[in-house]
Write a protein that binds this ligand. Structure first.
Ligand code: CP
Ligand code: NVA
Length: 319
């Protein structure tokens, strides 16, 4: 992939943008953010102070639980010199029915940036559309782009490249599947998913990603058979069978996904130096065996750490 020669141009075009979907970003912009994440990680490890967001405040609206996202954004903002406010939906008037568009306008008068974790993706879009400050998608039912930035940063660090790598996603065609697929399409990686019938990724997103993939040389395969999907994979990814908001379907999903566990028997078909990834939280013994998630191929805690660095890069670039 041609990395745009002009970093200043890329930096300028990112200022003030929302970060809602990887679809909204060019391959060069995504690659720029990944490189910046790696650079900010280096700075932090070297003890170099880097505070471009001094005096700025980030609002963090959460309608769902979170460990990694909440802590990494709050710590990231602190490290960049700014301040973060945790806004649980139950504690702000949005939880009592104040319209998102009013919340957006009010918040824009106080804050310099906002993140939102919510159910329907339209909430993210509505918040962004009515705000005059950058809005970041911290997970919706449709997508989780911040997680994928951390995941592909991890892959880049471990493999030294992204283009041409194969990502196999085994399990629910959910928010993680969508963002991993789009990111792969944008970055020239191959993506193969295997999900049981009724749990495939959204066909609209698949269609859009395939169009992108035809320009970047990536290949997108939506399959049924986990063994076919995992064949020769460089990265093996899975996620919970019942995402937040789908807890009442747990039992029915356990049945549907019974043959979709990533375990040692399945992982044999991946490349011998494959990386195992999971966004966490994980359910050992369900979507992944203990041997795989706690085994030598697993990079789950590097991914979790990179949430911090990847999101610092996003905030530093757009705020
Ligand atoms: N992976 C992730 O987003 O984790 P949390 O739900 O803990 O934020
Ligand atoms: N698919 C999961 C991801 C959690 C980070 C969920 O939405 O609950």
């Amino acid at each position: 992939m041609a990395i745009a020669a002009n970093k200043e141009e890329l930096a300028a075009q990112l200022k003030g943008r929302d970060f809602l979907e990887l679809l909204d970003y060019t391959p060069e912009e995504i690659r720029y953010l990944l490189d910046l994440a790696i650079e900010l990680k280096r700075k932090q490890k070297a003890g170099e102070v880097y505070q471009p967001l001094k005096g700025k405040t980030l609002g963090m609206i959460f309608e769902k639980s979170s460990t990694r996202t909440r802590v990494s954004f709050e710590v990231g903002m602190f490290q960049l010199g700014g301040h973060a406010l945790f806004l649980s939906k139950n504690d702000i008037q949005m939880g009592r029915g104040e319209p998102i568009r009013d919340t957006a306008q009010v918040m824009s008068r106080y804050l310099d940036g906002m993140i939102i974790r919510t159910f329907g993706h339209r909430n993210v879009v509505e918040l962004a559309r009515n705000s005059t400050i950058p809005v970041i998608n911290a997970l919706s039912d449709q997508s989780h782009p911040c997680q994928v930035m951390a995941d592909y940063q991890t892959a880049l660090e471990k493999k030294g490249r992204l283009e041409g790598l194969k990502v196999a996603y085994i399990g629910d065609g959910n928010n993680m599947a969508h963002s991993l697929m789009i990111g792969a399409g944008k970055l020239g990686m191959h993506f193969a998913s295997a999900s049981p019938e009724g749990y495939d990724p959204d066909p609209e997103i698949v269609k859009l990603t395939k169009e992108i993939a035809s320009e970047t040389g990536s290949r997108i395969d939506i399959l049924r058979d986990p063994r076919e999907a995992i064949e020769n994979a460089d990265i093996v990814y899975t996620d919970v069978w019942a995402s937040m908001g789908f807890e009442e379907e747990q039992k029915q999903r356990e049945k549907a996904f019974a043959n979709y566990q990533v375990n040692e028997a399945l992982a044999k078909y991946a490349k011998s130096d494959y990386l195992f990834m999971h966004c966490l939280p994980a359910h050992r013994g369900e979507e992944v065996s203990e041997g795989v998630i706690d085994g030598p191929h697993s990079v789950i805690f590097d991914e979790a750490e990179n949430r911090l660095h990847a999101q610092k890069a996003i905030m530093a670039a757009i705020m």
